[in-house]
Design a protein around this ligand. Structure first.
Ligand code: GUN
Length: 296
């Protein structure tokens, strides 16, 4: 039976590091990092994430600025809000919660953010930097997954990493990060043939499909390390609901070296990495060297 990777504990440790960094830059340099989170509309899941981001920010000693805009906000109104945040010296990081309402073009909005304030690492400048081996902002969820993998495996060179999912938010940046670690990377998606067979070849399996328990125990190689990014709410036969990942956890655990649970695996790491990216952004914008930045 494989180990459970305690994302909650690793995330708490990372948040402590960030808190120390925040205290240091405040006392030594008089800089108080601030994060602006913009939510358009009232998607219930997004409301929960945004509230949690604000709370964690304040706990780490940062300022959190929350903006709730109505669902019928136009693209140019949203971009105007971002332009205002770009100019605001108190705001070091800007996050526009996704998904956005259908009438708004996601890329146009993300690319309106100052790349130095793009703590989500989704601006074309930052995705390009990651793809070409240059320093930049790294998307929070893949960064959190990488930190967990490094805790479990240390050196990953030569390992076969299979990523199921090709989103801009997770799959594509995850592939870049694992290439940078010298893994052999396979990216699978909804059109991939023989998906189970490819998953069975993975030393590292990252599941980010949004399909509840798609990956069964039989798809997992013995001694693999499995990172489950999925958060899916399913209805049980007694009409209660439960959160599950993209991997059938109990079955997969029988085979793996280690696996993240849902909840309590990747989720808490995403928010901890958002705080770490906000600290990094505040340091970059104020030309401050800190020992409390993630070095990865
Ligand atoms: N929605 C779900 N995850 C994320 C994330 O990491 N960043 C943003 N901006 N929106 C999200």
């Amino acid at each position: 039976m494989g180990n459970i990777i305690d994302g909650k504990a690793y995330a708490a440790a990372l948040r402590e590091e960030v808190k120390k960094g925040v205290q240091e830059i405040r006392s030594v340099h008089g800089v108080s990092p601030g994060l602006a989170v913009i939510l358009v509309g009232n998607d219930p899941a997004s409301e929960v994430y945004v509230a949690s981001k604000g709370k964690m920010c304040r706990e780490a000693g940062m300022e959190a600025f929350d903006f709730r805009l109505p669902a019928d906000t136009t693209e140019s109104q949203l971009i105007a809000k971002i332009t205002e945040m770009n100019k605001d010296k108190k705001v070091n990081g800007i996050l526009v919660q996704l998904p956005l309402p259908k009438h708004i073009h996601e890329n146009a909005v993300i690319n309106a953010i100052d790349p130095q304030k793009d703590v989500d690492g989704l601006h074309t400048i930052n995705t390009g930097r990651l793809a070409t081996g240059q320093e930049g902002m790294i998307p929070c969820t893949p960064l959190g997954c990488l930190i967990l993998l490094k805790h479990v495996l240390g050196d990953m060179s030569g390992k076969h990493a299979v990523i199921v999912g090709r989103s801009n938010l997770v799959g594509k940046p995850m592939a870049q990060l694992l290439l940078r670690e010298n893994c052999t990377v396979t990216v699978c998606h909804s059109h991939t043939k023989n998906l189970a067979e490819i998953c069975r070849q993975a030393d590292i399996l990252v599941a980010a499909t949004g399909k509840a328990e798609l990956i069964t125990g039989e798809w997992v190689k013995n001694d693999a390390v499995v990172i489950d990014v999925g958060i899916n709410r399913i209805r049980l036969s007694d009409d209660t609901t439960k959160l599950v990942g993209d991997v059938a956890f109990a079955e997969a655990r029988q085979r793996v070296k280690a696996i993240t649970p849902v909840p309590g695996g990747v989720g808490p790491m995403t928010i901890a990495c958002l705080l770490a990216n906000t600290l990094k952004a505040a340091c970059l914008q104020n030309k401050i060297q800190s020992n409390n930045l993630i070095n990865i």
